[in-house]
Design a protein around this ligand. Structure first.
Ligand code: ZN
Length: 511
């Protein structure tokens, strides 16, 4: 008898399903897997001739019976035993057909995602790798073969060949390996999970103490639990005698089939724009102190909530080019920001949609205004943070002084020469920032007298300069400061950011 016939008979006698037999024969033709019974009749005839296990009527019955509950019902009625394939744990045998695909598609549709293409990712039980190893060893020994694991067609490939076409047909969209929408199927088989635990324990806990210590030092896998890589290296590293002591060769025939769960994920969508802030009672991000909200809303929420709702997203992440204090307004063309929209169920695709979204944000609040809202790439957050400290920002501060000043005094402040400040970490942020002295530059200043005790100070500075501290001096912690230059005490009554000089994202004409 030839090797192929021996393989077929051996695997069938061990209750392997027809698709798994074809896998072990290394078949790569997609079509043979769609209907193995009809595509390779000569293979299955062997069984009759050799008086092996009966024709594969069990297969065809199980194939149309993917529901686990129904399966166990069938069993309790005394159906044929050994009907779950020990090589694929029922995945290719009873969960790889039109009916299962239909069920999965219904579940995906219920999640209400918009998608134009899709990709499929499968997570298989780790014990399948162990079982393949044991079955292969057994097969090679008994039938005197020299099959290698790389000769075997992977379960994932077969599942995708058979079901991929059905998914595409049912979803009415194309499969694409680079799709931004992913349908994730995770298969589990609890009954045989112990096989993974056995092998895992063997290579971790049971090692001699000195070796275990080394293992602990070299990896943190113990904490992570068994991984495909770890199981793979254990199977390669342990001798076949050792493995035989640990695990049954051939693997035992399970009583139940595998189950699966579905998780869908859409790649993040990134939106960028600029915001202005018109309130002196609004924090940039939610301000929560000891579990209590200090401000009702925040710039972040005003911008992100409408976006999250419109795109039916699971979450969002907000980032901006610097930030302003609660009592500081941001005017002019505003401050650049990026929103990462996490796992959106609706995809935003066109300029009009962005415009509509921007209008919606602006309609809901007068405290925050958004412009230039646009779709940007994944690297947006990086672009935003790039060279952040070199950037320039312009401010208008309303300054109050202790003794009257005339325009001549104020002229001391007017300059287009760079002034380098030495700023110790301000007292007001010492609780969250380390104590340090930083150098920051004031690029230019002009003043406008309001009355004897008040004037407007317009400044352009390096990003990250503490403006309030430059005005009042922070008990001498910022040098020089407005007070030392004017030779009086100065305080700041109001502060506005008038420009953030960053040319990203690109300005849009009709904003
Ligand atoms: Zn199988």
């Amino acid at each position: 008898m030839d090797d192929e016939s021996k393989t077929v008979l051996m695997l069938r006698s061990l209750r392997c399903c027809q698709r798994c037999v074809l896998r072990y024969l290394g078949r790569k033709n997609i079509h043979v897997y769609a209907n193995p019974l009809e595509s390779c009749p000569s293979l299955w005839k062997l069984e009759d001739g050799e008086g092996g296990p009966k024709q594969a009527s069990t297969d065809s019955e199980v194939v149309h019976n993917p529901d686990q509950a129904e399966q166990s019902e069938l069993k309790s009625e005394g159906s044929k035993d050994g009907e779950i394939c020990p090589a694929c744990l029922g995945i290719l045998q009873s969960l790889c057909d039109e009916r299962t695909v239909d069920k999965i598609c219904c579940d995906v549709e219920a999640l209400n995602y918009d998608f134009k293409t899709y990709m499929l990712t499968l997570t298989l039980p780790l014990q399948l790798d162990i079982r393949q190893h044991c079955l292969l060893t057994h097969l090679n020994e008994i039938c005197k073969l020299s099959l290698k694991s790389t000769d075997i067609t992977p379960i994932k490939d077969v599942f995708k060949w058979v079901c991929g076409r059905l998914f595409s047909y049912r979803f009415k969209v194309k499969f694409s390996p680079k799709s931004s929408f992913e349908v994730g199927l995770s298969f589990e088989h609890h009954e045989t999970q112990g096989e993974v635990d056995t092998l895992y324990d063997e290579i971790t806990d049971k090692e001699p103490a000195h070796k275990r210590q080394k293992f602990w030092k070299n990896s943190h896998k113990k904490k992570e639990g068994p991984t495909k890589q770890l199981i793979g290296s254990a199977l390669r590293g342990l001798t076949s005698r050792h493995l035989k002591r640990l695990l049954p060769h051939p693997p035992v025939i399970p009583q139940s089939g595998s189950s699966y769960s579905i998780e869908c994920l859409h790649e993040s969508v990134f939106l960028a724009g600029r915001y202005t802030k018109h309130s002196r009672h609004l924090s940039q991000t939610p301000w929560i102190l000891e579990g209590e909200r200090k401000t009702e809303s925040s710039v972040e929420e005003h911008i992100c909530k409408p976006i999250q709702e419109a795109l039916r997203a699971a979450d969002y992440r907000f980032a901006s080019s610097g930030r302003e204090d609660v009592d500081v307004r941001t005017l002019g063309r505003g401050r650049p920001f990026v929103v990462e929209v996490v796992n959106p169920r609706k995809n935003i695709v066109c300029v009009e949609e962005c415009k509509g979204l921007q209008e919606e944000i602006n309609k809901r609040t007068s405290d925050v205004g958004v412009r230039d809202l646009q779709i940007v790439g994944k690297d947006a957050t990086m672009k935003l943070k790039e060279g952040e400290t070199e950037k320039k920002k312009s401010y208008m501060a309303l300054v109050r002084v202790a003794s009257p000043v005339c325009q001549e005094d104020l002229d001391k402040l007017n300059t287009d020469q760079e002034i380098v400040l030495k700023q110790k970490t301000p007292i007001r942020v010492l609780h969250r920032r380390p104590l340090a002295t930083r150098e920051r530059s004031v690029h230019s200043m002009t003043t406008e007298r309001v009355d004897d005790l008040n004037f407007k100070l317009f400044l352009c500075t390096q990003a990250g300069t503490y403006i309030k501290e430059f005005v009042h001096g922070d008990l001498g912690r910022t040098q020089p400061n407005v007070g030392t230059i004017l030779n009086t005490d100065a305080d700041i009554t109001e502060l506005d950011v008038t420009a953030v000089h960053v040319d990203w994202p690109p300005e849009l004409d009709d904003s």
